[in-house]
Every structure is written in structure tokens, then in C-alpha cells.
Design a protein around this ligand. Structure first.
Ligand code: SAM
Ligand code: DTB
Ligand code: SF4
Length: 340
């Protein structure tokens, strides 16, 4: 296994990001092949379990109550509805199910108890369960872990410097604290960001620097292109060029070689050729299903065709670890031999 570096400097990451495009893709593809099967892509499904009405002011987000968008507020879904959606996602080929809530933070109330039930139910379907519920305390992370959660998503979104231009209702340190609570409780960390928020290239480099110099790299790094939504302060942002997505993906791949790099929001605008370049540059995970949380995503048929065209196989669940809640797994034969 090749050496994994945690002491990246901003200058090193800057240099990687600015390499000639084809050198960058070649280097990222080489790192990718040393750590992952390039024919394998993880397929995740997102479900918004509580939509809209969020008190935060994230300038990109259609679910913030203070902006006037077309998103309809919906209270927390029932446990049954969520488990049915997870079952459907599994039948459509997803191995990870991620539940998102438009909350600033988790509160210790009946809704959180319901989410814990959802986690238990989805874990029982043998899917990797992920949640993205906003800020989280150490105790709440522990409860989620005990319920069978596999990973927690909490994005840095942008650099520390640019952060206050985008969000004023919480700090960068709040985000990092949540990541620490997630890590302390042995949950897998999913953390990345969005490009196209009006940030500079240095802000992109700085965000990757923060992620790549954490004590442990996140197991997943989602790279989102802003989906500009009418009614949000960023509605008129120019669309992110695919080349910028490729540079971000490749830089994440080179600096965090073992992470799953997820080609996230923005895929709906990309051709097969553009998505193929993202996979070549080291992306190995996508969100499937015709909706992300509130905005469109490619149709199931399109993705089937994409996988067929590129000869890509979906990655199996729990490839990098045991299913949560199971102390250890042995075959019946081995158990007999061990006398248990
Ligand atoms: N409320 C929780 C939080 O903010 O952590 C969880 C849900 S929030 C919608 C999850 C992530 O979605 C955000 O951190 C952001 O990275 C991404 N996101 C939201 N709106 C987006 C948009 N318009 N374009 C791209 N990504 C977006
Ligand atoms: C992530 O990085 N991207 C996903 C997931 N993690 C939660 C969310 C994208 C949301 C795009 C806007 C929407 O559909 O509301
Ligand atoms: Fe709320 Fe999350 Fe949207 Fe921010 S990104 S407004 S916290 S739902």
C-alpha cells in the first residue's frame, strides 16, 4: 500500500490543482488505480427525510426558510415511508442510503428518536446507512452509531476564509467540531464541499487542504457543483465549468488517495463523456435516483446506460468494514470449528 500523506502544504495542493489538465488527470488516475478498482463505482441514494423551513442562512440552499424558493416544507417522514424508500433504492442497485434533514443541528427529541429508528431499519436491509442532519454532539453521534449508522455527512462547503460570505449562522469551527464528534465515535466521515459559490481558486485549494490535513482523511469526499436555485442569494451564479469539477476531483483523489470521491450535485448537467472524465480523474461514487434532496439528478435509465457504456460495476456494500451492530462475522462452518 502506497504512503498516505497528512502533512500537505497549501503550496503543494496549489501546484497539484494547477498542473496541466492532462498531467493532472493522468496522475490522479494513477493514484486511483493504486488504491481502488477503477471499474467500480459506489451508488448512493439520497432522501430528504425533513424538507425546508431550515433556520440557517446558507446562501446556496433552497431549504433555508428565509429565502423564497419553490421548495415545499415537509415535516419528518414516517419510519415506514423511509424504509420503503430505502428498499426501493436497494432494488434499483444502491448500496448506500443517505438521509438528509433541513436542520441546523440535531436536538434530543422525538424526531431524533424517529431518525434512530430509521437508521436501525435501513441497516437491517444490509445497506450502508448515512445521515446528514446538521451539527451533532458527541452523545448524539454515539446514539447514531449504536443504532447502526455507517457514515455521517457534514460538508465544510468552502474554505474557512470564504465561509463567512456564505453562512453567518454558524462557524467553520462548529463544522470541524461536528466532524470530530463523528470521528470520535468511530463513524465514517463524509465531508466535502461545493464549487461555484463565488470562491477563488485559492479557496478551493484551502478547503482541500483542511480536509487532507485532518488527523484522518474522510472516508468520502463529495464534490458538488452549485445548483443555483431561484430565490437563493446565489441564484445568478454562473454555472461551474466541468473542467473545474475535474480539477477538484483530481486534487481530492491525489491528496486523499483512499477516500471515495463522490461526483455529487451538478451531474445532471453533464454528458456521459464529461462524467467519464470525472471517473478517470478519480471519482468513484455517485448519487443515483432522479432527485438529490430537492433538485433533479439523472434518471435511473440514463445511469444504467452510463454504467454499461463505461463497463462500470456498482461497488458492494460494506466493502471497507463490517456491517455496524455486528461484533464479528464468521461462516456457520467456522463458528462450529470455534465451538461458538
Ligand atoms: N442541514 C444539514 C447540513 O447543512 O449539514 C444537512 C443537509 S444540507 C442540504 C447538505 C449539503 O447539501 C450541504 O452541506 C451542501 O454541501 C449541499 N447543498 C445544499 N444545497 C446545495 C446546492 N444548491 N448546490 C449544491 N450543493 C448543495
Ligand atoms: C452532498 O455533498 N451533496 C448532497 C448530500 N451531500 C447531502 C446534497 C446535494 C444537495 C443539492 C441540492 C438539493 O437537491 O437540494
Ligand atoms: Fe439548512 Fe443544511 Fe440548507 Fe444550511 S444547507 S440551510 S443547514 S438545510
Amino acid at each position: 500500500m502506497a504512503y498516505i500523506k497528512f502533512d500537505w502544504t497549501r503550496e503543494e495542493i496549489h501546484e497539484i490543482y494547477h498542473q496541466p489538465m492532462l498531467d493532472l488527470i493522468y496522475r490522479a488516475a494513477t493514484v486511483h488505480r493504486a488504491h481502488h478498482d477503477p471499474q467500480e463505482v459506489q451508488v448512493c441514494t439520497l432522501l430528504s427525510v425533513k424538507t425546508g423551513g431550515c433556520p440557517e442562512d446558507c446562501a446556496y440552499c433552497p431549504q433555508a426558510a428565509r429565502y423564497h424558493t419553490d421548495v415545499k416544507v415537509h415535516k419528518l417522514l414516517s419510519v415506514d415511508e423511509v424504509i420503503q424508500a430505502a428498499q426501493n433504492a436497494k432494488e434499483a442497485g444502491s448500496t448506500r442510503f443517505c438521509m438528509g434533514a433541513a436542520w441546523r443541528e440535531v436536538r434530543d427529541n422525538r424526531d431524533f428518536d424517529k431518525v434512530l429508528q430509521m437508521v436501525k431499519g435501513v441497516n437491517a436491509l444490509d445497506m450502508e446507512v448515512c445521515c446528514t442532519l446538521g451539527m451533532l454532539s458527541d452523545e448524539q453521534a454515539q446514539k447514531l452509531k449504536e443504532a447502526g449508522l455507517y457514515a455521517y455527512n457534514h460538508n465544510l462547503d468552502t474554505s474557512e476564509e470564504h465561509y463567512e460570505e456564505i453562512i453567518s449562522t454558524r462557524t467553520y469551527d462548529d463544522r470541524l467540531d461536528t466532524l470530530e464528534h463523528v470521528r470520535n465515535n468511530k463513524l465514517r466521515v463524509c465531508s466535502g464541499g461545493i464549487i461555484g459559490l463565488g470562491e477563488t481558486v485559492q479557496d478551493r485549494v484551502d478547503m482541500i487542504h483542511t480536509l487532507a490535513t485532518l488527523p484522518e482523511h474522510p472516508e468520502s469526499v463529495p464534490v458538488n457543483a452549485l445548483v443555483p436555485v431561484e430565490g437563493t442569494p446565489l441564484e445568478d451564479q454562473p454555472l461551474v465549468p466541468v473542467w473545474d469539477m475535474i480539477r477538484m476531483i483530481a486534487t481530492a483523489r491525489i491528496t486523499m488517495p483512499t477516500a471515495m470521491v463522490r461526483l455529487s450535485a451538478g451531474r445532471v448537467r453533464m454528458s456521459f463523456e464529461e462524467q467519464a472524465l470525472c471517473f478517470m480523474a478519480g471519482a468513484n461514487s455517485i448519487f443515483a435516483g432522479d432527485k438529490l434532496l430537492t433538485t433533479p439528478n439523472p434518471e435511473e435509465d440514463q445511469d444504467k446506460q452510463l454504467f454499461q457504456t463505461l463497463n462500470i460495476r456498482p461497488r458492494a456494500a460494506f466493502k471497507d468494514g463490517d456491517k455496524p451492530g455486528v461484533e464479528f462475522q464468521v461462516t456457520p462452518e467456522a463458528a462450529k470449528e470455534m465451538g461458538i
